[in-house]
Design a protein around this ligand. Structure first.
Ligand code: NAD
Length: 444
């Protein structure tokens, strides 16, 4: 199959979001020539200047390092003309409880209009419901002008925001769903550096690959909801859920990852992927009640946290509440479906004065909650504490883990911490503080 010297391929990336851009810079790092397209002119302007439009550790470094192998354009036609293998990395958000695949359809249609009779492999990397590849194929055929020569493959992405580059470079597995050997061979060439390192490379049909992605994310979400229910029980019993999780985690059948009790999962993937998987099952006559419950528990966890604040402060109205952490997880500026959104929204409705701080996500948060009379953004974590009646911790950023408790106590009106992420050991809480966390006894 086609390749330039030394196994180098010409790769196209459609959509330069968290997944597309990470994929692009990593493929360039492998030595491939990469051209990316996006609809968003603001992103393109930054990218052309070698600046990342998103915060993601190590991403900008790789962008700099491999800039000569990366091209950026607003025209999908240029990508199709340039590349032999084209990855669709556009968003698949949710609309009215259903996955909105209009970006995928549009990308496929635009690719179709530029296809000619030289062979192209079109690869779905976006997370899509099972059998979407059939629609992509159909769309490519319907909208292309001439006789065309292509395959469609599925290559779901498992990277996590906050460690996207490391995850991409050291994945637990690579899943490729293909319909023939030719497509498989091309994907093997693309991922050769990782396959050589021994990363498991599982070849399936496209529908199986699509299902693997939804089944994996839904399982992880279920694990979080499970430990959160255990936490709720532990909290009533005065038992420490972190020790329970540790004890469970030694069993390799359970594993110690994803057993952190807290205010639940958020982000652009888990909530929507769980709901999509429920929907897919339902469309095929399967009631995936286990996942319905997973989702219900996750929502309730945010509510329980707000109730906890009420139980501690009695009345939230006119209270000064400091909030550390807005992003849905540490290491990212992404706030899509973050628990902080529900919590800030409810507390401000109740009339609390909120002082917010996050190392990376404040600009994005301001787009939903502009600065106002009772919502203030602060330049550092201590500034948020001035005169606070309580501090809420919503994201487990490293910089919150070893604070100067003395300084905190001096700044706060009341030394109360309500921690939604269990970032402190109970015995490290200094004298004089009241500390409430999830699934552990309160320290008073
Ligand atoms: P994103 O919203 O950050 O990026 C999508 C990009 O595609 C945007 O920049 C948008 O402007 C661009 N786009 C949309 N239509 C286009 C078109 N026709 N042509 C060119 N560009 C177009 O999304 P993301 O977080 O990178 O996620 C992308 C996909 O990957 C989703 O399906 C998501 O579920 C999946 N995924 C995401 C993650 C994650 O951690 N973010 C992890 C694994 C999988």
């Amino acid at each position: 199959v086609f390749s330039l010297r030394g196994g180098i391929l010409k790769i196209g990336i459609i959509g330069t979001g968290y997944v597309g851009l990470t994929t692009a810079v990593c493929f360039a790092e492998f030595g491939h020539e990469v051209m990316c397209s996006d609809k968003d002119e603001k992103k393109l302007k930054l990218l052309k200047k070698c600046k990342s439009p998103i915060y993601e550790p190590k991403l900008e470094n790789l962008l700099h390092k491999n800039f000569e192998r990366l091209k950026f354009t607003s025209k999908n036609k240029e990508v199709v003309d340039f590349a032999d293998a084209i990855f669709i990395c556009v968003g698949t958000p949710e609309k009215n409880g259903k996955p909105d695949l209009s970006q995928v359809e549009e990308a496929a249609r635009e690719i179709a209009l530029s296809l000619k009779n030289d062979y192209k492999l079109i690869i779905e990397k976006s997370t899509v419901p099972v059998n979407t590849y059939q629609w992509v194929k159909k769309t490519l055929k319907r909208y292309s002008k001439s006789s065309i020569n292509f395959d469609v493959a599925s290559n779901p992405e498992f990277l996590r925001e906050g460690s996207a580059i490391d995850d991409f470079m050291n994945p637990d597995r690579i899943i490729v769903g293909v319909e023939n050997k030719k497509a498989e061979k091309i994907l093997r060439k693309i991922y050769k550096p990782l396959i050589k390192k021994g990363v498991p490379f599982l070849v399936t049909d496209p529908a199986t690959a699509e299902i693997i992605k939804h089944a994996s994310n839904s399982f992880l979400a279920m694990k979080i909801s499970y430990i959160n229910m255990v936490a709720n029980l532990c909290e009533k019993l005065g038992v420490d859920v972190t020790t329970v999780a540790k004890g469970m985690g030694y069993d390799p059948r359970i594993g110690d990852k994803f057993l952190n009790a807290g205010i639940g999962y958020g982000g652009s993937c888990f909530p929507k992927d769980v709901r999509t998987f429920i929907k897919i099952a339902e469309e095929h006559g399967i009631n995936f009640s286990l996942l319905r419950e997973t989702e219900k528990i996750n929502k309730a966890q945010r509510k329980r946290f707000i109730e906890k604040v009420e139980n501690v402060l009695w009345i939230n109205k006119n209270k000064n509440i400091a909030i550390w952490g807005l992003s849905f997880k540490p290491g990212t500026d992404d706030i899509r479906d973050a628990p902080s959104i529900d919590i800030v929204s409810e507390l401000s409705k109740q009339g609390a004065n909120l002082r917010l701080y996050d190392p990376k996500a404040m600009e994005n948060f301001k787009k939903i909650f502009p600065e106002s009379e009772n919502i203030k953004y602060c330049n550092d974590k201590y500034e948020a504490l001035k005169n606070a009646d309580a501090l809420l911790i919503l994201t487990e950023w490293d910089e919150f883990k070893n604070p100067n408790f003395n300084k905190m106590k001096k700044l706060m009106r009341l030394p109360i911490i309500i921690d939604g992420r269990n970032i402190y050991e109970l015995d490290e809480i200094e004298e004089g503080f009241e500390y409430y966390s999830v699934g552990r006894r309160a320290v008073k």
